[in-house]
Structures are given as C-alpha cells and as structure tokens.
Design a protein around this ligand. Structure first.
Ligand SMILES: Cc1ncc(COP(=O)(O)O)c(C=O)c1O
Length: 364
C-alpha cells in the first residue's frame, strides 16, 4: 500500500470557495450581478496607468509597494509604514491567519460572515467558530460568548457580505473593549466606501489607538479593479512587521500598483460610483420589497433577497439566469433560501425588478 503525502489537518475540511457565476448557457446578453463588482468599471486613469507599465515588463516590481502605500496614506491620512498591500484583501486575510493561528487555536467569525474567514482559518490547522447573528447582523454579545482560552482571532466584515448589514462604530468599540488583548481583531471593511450612515466607521481610529486591531480594504469593489487583485491593510507596527515577513516578496505587481495609485487619486470617479450606488441601492430595496419579497436592509453595494423556501430560491435563480440576470445563490453562506443581487447599471437593476415581478406573478 502506498502512503501519500498528507496536507496539514484542516485543509481537507475546506469547502473550496466558489466564485459567482459569470455565464448563462444560450443567453446572448449577460448582466453579471453575482460578485459585487461596480457597474461603472474602473477609473479611466487607472486603465491608462495599467497600460503604461507594458513597456517595462522585464523589471521586478518594487517589493514594498512604497509608492502605492504613500498614495493610500495621503488619501486616508495614514502612516504608510503601517500599511501592507496584498494581492486582493483575500491575500491579507490569509496572511493574517497564517501569521497568528496554529493547530488547536480558534478564530471566530459570524454565521453568515464572509467565507474566506473559515477557509483561511482551516488552512492553518486552527478551528473556525461561527458566532450566531441576530436579524442577519453580527451580534457582539454572541461573539463575546464564543471567546474561549483558545481564541486567537476575530474576523468581522463591516458591512458584512452577503447580508449587507453593519455594526455601528459604538458596537465595534464595545466588542473590541471586551476582547482579551492577545486576540487579533480583524475588521474587514471591503465595502466601507459605500456606507452612508453617521454611526458607521471603517475602523481607522480603532486601529490607530490599539495594539490588536487590523483593518483590511480592497480595490475590487468601489475602485473596480477586481481583476487585478489589490487590497491593503492598516495595522499596528508589530502586526505589519509579522505580515511583511511572510508575504510574497512581490505580492503586488507593478501594473497593479500603478493602477491602484491612479484609482485612489481619482476621487471624482469614486464619488460617481458611490452616488450611483446610493441611488440604486435605495431603489432596489424599495422595489423588491414592493413585490412582497423580504429584503435585508443593506448599506453596501448588494442586497440579500429572501424567498419563501429553498426550492423557490433555486427556481428564481434559474428564472433570472435564463434571462441573462446572474445573481449569487448563497447556500454556502447558510442562506439556502436567498439570492444576493449586486447593485448594477440602471438597465440591469430595472431588468432584475421586472423579471422578479414576473417571477412573483405580479407586475412591477
Ligand atoms: C467582505 C469581503 N471581504 C473581502 C473580500 C475580498 O476582496 P478582494 O480579495 O477582491 O480584495 C470580499 C469580496 O467579495 C468581501 O466580500
């Protein structure tokens, strides 16, 4: 009998991440509303900056992404030395898990939290612990109740994907205050730019004033650079140091860096994307509710639509897909009766509401 090499414990327990669908067989025109991408696309300045790198492909990237970190630092008023860039925020979430978790440790996420958290946790041999949510929203008391002597990390997406709900900053601070100081609190603010709530903060202040909080951000959403894979984190110097020791030495390539700098500096483009979202998010929440469907109040660039049961959700998914409207079926998030819809172009949004109305047997 041959003995095969074995991955570390936990790896084979991972259900691989399944990205949103991007095709519908036999349908000519597709509206991809399954991955929370921006309907406005990236800044034209980011596209131009990306092209400009084509003449220098023989050169290694500058390994610390210094220029990009400085641009991010200027945009947010942050010390560039406290920033690390990564190949998407996925990269950083995995690096944080690798740096801070080991066999036997526990990392907490919320029941409907972003799937990368349990995947990154299991990959280290540690155990992911799901804290129940209340009304599809993270529940600070439930998270605190899940803390044990083995807890080393808490992941919180704020706002969360796929629910679109958020915790007010007071609640985030209450959670942080009650966590043991050796627990690393990872605040994933991938959708922060979309939030229009006075009681929301992405976490910059909390990172700046504590030793165990990290905030992660992405260029995949409002900046429209998902294809390039670019994210960043802001953290205490000792966490930045740990992550820098294990990250790939060239984990952000030159074209990505240049596109990222142009994107972060194009505040007018970000403003347009945010205004588009504010307008159409409200419209979608309203119109979908009018159809008699439950829709979770969202502050991000997507909405969670609840159907009567699992079979109806699957039928709705097939009905919409046949019309080229591709949403995300979110059974993997323990929401098998739901579909997640990304706020799209005006045309796509109107088509989805019309198709849902048809599906529900009503007129919009
Ligand atoms: C909550 C959350 N965090 C992080 C990410 C990862 O983004 P990226 O790796 O593209 O930066 C996503 C992407 O969907 C997300 O929804």
């Amino acid at each position: 009998m041959s003995v095969l090499p074995q991955p570390r414990p936990g790896v084979l327990e991972i259900s691989p991440y399944v990205p949103g669908k991007s095709s519908a067989p036999g349908v000519a025109k597709i509206y991809k509303l399954s991955s929370n991408e921006t309907p406005l696309g990236p800044s034209p300045k980011a596209i131009a900056a990306y092209h400009d790198v084509a003449g220098h492909l023989q050169d290694y990237p500058e390994g610390t992404a210094a220029e990009l970190r400085e641009a991010i630092g200027r945009a947010f008023g942050l010390d560039p030395d406290r920033i690390v860039c990564g190949a998407g925020s996925d990269d950083l979430l995995n690096l944080l898990a690798r740096a801070y978790l080991a066999d036997g440790d526990e990392a907490i996420h919320t029941t409907h939290g972003f799937l990368v958290y349990p995947i990154a946790t299991l990959g280290t041999g540690a155990k992911p612990v799901a804290a129940p949510e209340k009304n599809f929203t993270a529940d600070v008391d439930a998270i605190l109740k899940a803390v044990t002597a083995k807890t080393k990390m808490v992941f919180l997406a704020n706002p969360n994907n796929p629910t679109g709900t958020y915790l007010p900053f007071d609640e985030v601070k209450r959670l942080h205050k009650a966590l043991p100081p050796h627990v690393l609190f990872v605040l994933d603010a991938a959708y922060a730019e979309y939030v229009r709530r006075n009681d929301y903060e992405a976490g910059i202040e909390l990172v700046a004033t504590s030793d165990n909080v990290v905030m992660t951000r992405t260029f995949s959403k409002i900046h429209g650079l998902a294809a390039l894979r670019l994210g960043w984190m802001y953290g205490p110097a000792h966490v930045v140091d740990a992550v820098n020791r294990i990250r790939g030495p060239f984990n952000v390539n030159t074209a990505v860096m240049m596109a990222g700098i142009a994107a972060i500096e194009d505040t007018a483009h970000q403003q347009r994307a945010s205004e588009h979202n504010t307008r159409w998010l409200a419209w979608l929440l309203d119109e979908i509710a009018k159809l008699g469907l439950k829709v979770t109040p969202s502050v991000a660039n997507f909405v969670l639509i609840h159907f009567a049961d699992v079979a109806t959700a699957k039928k709705a998914d097939a009905f919409l897909t046949a019309r080229g409207l591709i949403l995300r079926y979110v059974a993997a998030y323990k929401l098998p009766h739901c579909l997640r819809l990304t706020v799209g172009s005006e045309e796509a949004n109107r088509l989805v509401v019309k198709a849902l109305a048809e599906f529900m047997g009503k007129s919009a």
